[in-house]
Design a protein around this ligand. Structure first.
Ligand SMILES: CC(C)(COP(=O)(O)OP(=O)(O)OC[C@H]1O[C@@H](n2cnc3c(N)ncnc32)[C@H](O)[C@@H]1OP(=O)(O)O)[C@@H](O)C(=O)NCCC(=O)NCCS
Length: 174
């Protein structure tokens, strides 16, 4: 399978925060943001793989800033690394409030999607070939993030996580 660039999976979607999307403090509801991020990440994973994709896990979803009613929110996503059937997607949300003059990063998260066939069975996806310094940084870190999430999800034994043993097994040398 031909390798693909992170840029090939880039997705950006801009939303206007309306009253139906807000909580009693007139800020965007967290669940609504999670929904928007999941959709953008899914499109990115599907763009990379050309397959049906399902959400396998979400980690490090941060809500750093409240997003007031009337804000403009742009959610962007790119695949950082592909493994066999799974892909890690980095999703960020930026707010733009032209009236109050606020431009800031409000959220970021790593989503894992798995490409599946028509019967829901995992299927291999193309590898990623990073180009920029930031893409290489995310690509190199993805292996450790994968090990953490698989250990926490009960799908990998800490002793099999070469890069992380020391974090989970205190007596491990080197
Ligand atoms: C995700 C899913 C397809 C994995 O299927 P599975 O039979 O457990 O498959 P495997 O154990 O062979 O794992 C397949 C891949 O998923 C990855 N994976 C499985 N569970 C994971 C988790 N919790 N977090 C991250 N990756 C996970 C594995 O690491 C593996 O990756 P690789 O192929 O790149 O090495 C399956 O658990 C599923 O369908 N879950 C429900 C998905 C869903 O409904 N999402 C919400 C709606 S879109």
């Amino acid at each position: 399978m031909k390798k693909r660039r992170p840029q090939d999976s880039f997705v950006s979607s801009t939303e206007f925060v309306l009253p139906n999307d807000t909580n009693t403090l007139n800020n965007l509801m967290g669940g609504r943001m999670m929904h928007l991020m999941d959709i953008v990440a899914a499109i990115s994973a599907q763009r990379h793989s050309g397959r049906i994709v399902v959400t396998a896990s979400v980690d490090n979803l941060n809500f750093s800033k409240a997003i007031p009613l009337g804000s403009i929110v742009t959610i962007s996503a790119k695949v950082t690394r592909a493994f066999n059937s799974s892909m890690e997607i980095h999703v960020v949300a930026d707010i733009e409030d032209n009236i109050r003059g606020v431009h800031a990063r409000s959220n970021d998260a790593f989503f894992t999607f798995v490409a599946v066939d028509q019967n829901g069975r995992p299927i291999d996806v193309p590898e990623i070939e990073p180009e920029t310094e930031e893409e290489w940084k995310l690509y190199n870190g993805a292996i450790r993030r994968r090990q953490v999430r698989l250990i926490l999800g009960g799908r990998m034994k800490p002793e099999d996580a070469e890069d992380l043993k020391a974090l989970f097994i205190p007596n491990t040398q080197g």
